[in-house]
Design a protein around this ligand. Structure first.
Ligand code: AQP
Length: 338
């Protein structure tokens, strides 16, 4: 079976409140990669239901993530955009990989610990198994590169371990080197965008405070208000990177500015070092609005009539199945299923 050398796979959960972290950590990088790679971008609805979702909202949010991909600049004709539940290869491969992954490996996953919190006994089995489904997502396409935010690094390492163990366990049966080691692509100046209310927490869809995140449905006024109220310290911005040490909120805003302007944090500090937040924040709000408003506008337009998005997802799922089903069929042969 031919192994591609430049196949990208990534996904975003349709759990509502798509935010600047999702955009800068993932979606924006999806766009650049399509110049050089064959790209498969998934709306991971099966991951979403690891925590309960209102079925009507799940359908809306699934279309909205697809709309965000397209509005941000992913070419729906050239690349594959689809939702995970339409391609059964993901679920089928997950079961086989569940029997390869070790419980000890999953017990180390920090995202499960954070999301399950104190109520661990009551978390869904799906939430615990989330990283194995993620490994299956990537390996079903024998993807070589996975653009993600920094928070997904540990899950990517697990996917590599699962791929390696499968290859070793089934080496004699044609499995040797069957799965490539997928490489994480963690790119840009804002690989972990932090909450606007607390510089020690990542910006997240599930944060109860809407003021903690800038979303891809916010208006210019919303963005200006959220940035104005973002927590900061009383010092002016430093001129050197070292001066951001122990100043997580300042570091976060500088990182967001750098990523949006497509420059380094050093360059932002060269320009704004010595400025008070009272002048830096309006500049950041203007820049965020300039970059995001074409995307939010296009997303809103696409969501007015969802026929086009549904057709993209339908066509994308057929193209995704055509790639993944032969891989899963070969995996079944390798493990001895008849
Ligand atoms: N704060 C972030 N900074 C940079 N990248 C981020 N990503 C998420 N948050 C940040 C990246 O966005 C992609 C899609 O994430 P996801 O929807 O699959 O799940 P998540 O990581 O659990 O995202 P959220 O928004 O934080 O959701 P909740 O609140 O449910 O935990 C991934 O590439 C992720 O790295």
């Amino acid at each position: 079976m031919e192994q591609p050398t430049n196949r990208v796979f990534s996904g975003v959960q349709p759990t509502g409140n798509l935010h600047l972290g999702n955009y800068l950590g993932a979606i924006r990088n999806f766009v650049g990669l399509q110049e050089t790679h064959e790209c498969i971008y998934c709306v991971v609805d099966m991951h979403a239901i690891t925590a309960w979702q209102d079925p009507k909202e799940l359908a809306h949010n699934t279309r909205e993530v697809a709309a965000a991909y397209i509005a941000a600049g992913v070419d729906a004709d050239k690349q594959v955009i689809f939702n995970q539940s339409k391609v059964s290869a993901h679920a089928e491969l997950t079961w086989i990989l569940n029997c390869v992954a070790r419980i000890g490996w999953l017990n180390r996953m920090t995202q499960f610990k954070e999301k399950a919190g104190k109520n661990r006994e009551n978390a869904s089995v799906g939430l615990y198994d989330y990283p194995v489904l993620m490994a299956a997502d990537i390996l079903a396409y024998r993807a070589t590169h996975v653009p993600v935010g920094d928070d997904q690094k540990q899950h990517l390492e697990l996917a590599r371990d699962i791929a390696q163990k499968f290859n070793n366990d089934f080496a004699e049966f044609g499995g040797e080197d069957f799965f490539p080691q997928p490489e994480p692509l963690i790119m840009g100046a804002a690989t972990r965008v932090m909450s606007l209310r607390d510089g020690s927490k990542k910006m997240s869809k599930s944060d109860p405070s809407d003021m903690s995140r800038i979303t891809l449905t916010d208006t210019a006024d919303d963005i200006a208000k959220k940035i104005r109220k973002a927590r900061t310290d009383p010092e002016p911005l430093p001129s050197e990177l070292d001066g951001l040490k122990d100043r997580p909120e300042a570091d976060n805003l500088v990182g967001i500015y750098a990523a949006l302007a497509d420059v380094t944090k050093e360059a932002v500090l060269q320009e704004h070092g010595g400025s008070q937040f009272s002048s830096f924040k309006p500049a950041l709000a203007d820049l965020a609005n300039e970059r995001l408003s074409p995307i939010t506008g296009e997303m809103a337009r696409l969501m007015e009539d969802t026929t086009y998005i549904d057709s993209v997802l339908q066509k994308g799922s057929q193209r995704a199945s055509a790639i993944a089903q032969p891989v899963v069929a070969r995996v079944k042969e390798i493990v001895g299923f008849i």
